[in-house]
Design a protein around this ligand. Structure first.
Ligand SMILES: [Zn+2]
Length: 127
């Protein structure tokens, strides 16, 4: 696992994929319910990272991190779907590139067959 510096506190940590250290993730986990509740209670108000951090007295970088991680999407179900869709898209693209590889191999084989078939016919005609 790569050693990264946490994008929030700058501390080096062993990353399992994210850019945020476990300590910060834990802090964000604690902040998230407050943010979510606040957004739920104020569904009509448009907040940005700055006003949210001021209103909730949070570090603006923490709020930004929550936004970056998709925690603050008003429609949480939708964001979950899009993540799944992305994964499906990736899987599909991978599948497709595999198929293309197979197809190009098949085409090469087919071309060889056609060529030898044509040569045979040509040879027959010539005779
Ligand atoms: Zn950190």
């Amino acid at each position: 696992m790569p050693l990264l510096s946490c994008k929030l506190c700058g501390k080096l940590f062993t990353s399992a994929g994210g850019r945020t250290c476990p300590a910060c993730l834990e802090r964000l986990d604690g902040l998230y319910p407050r943010l979510r509740e606040f957004l739920r209670d104020n569904p009509k108000v448009d907040f940005n990272v700055e006003s949210l951090s001021e209103t909730l007295e949070m570090d603006i970088r923490d709020v930004q991190a929550l936004v970056d991680m998709g925690y603050l999407d008003r429609n949480l179900d939708k964001s979950g779907e899009s993540v799944d869709a992305d994964r499906q898209k990736l899987a599909k693209e991978f599948e497709q590139s595999l198929k293309q590889m197979k197809d190009s191999v098949a085409q090469r084989d087919g071309a060889q067959h056609t060529a030898s078939y044509g040569q045979q016919r040509y040879g027959e005609k010539k005779r």
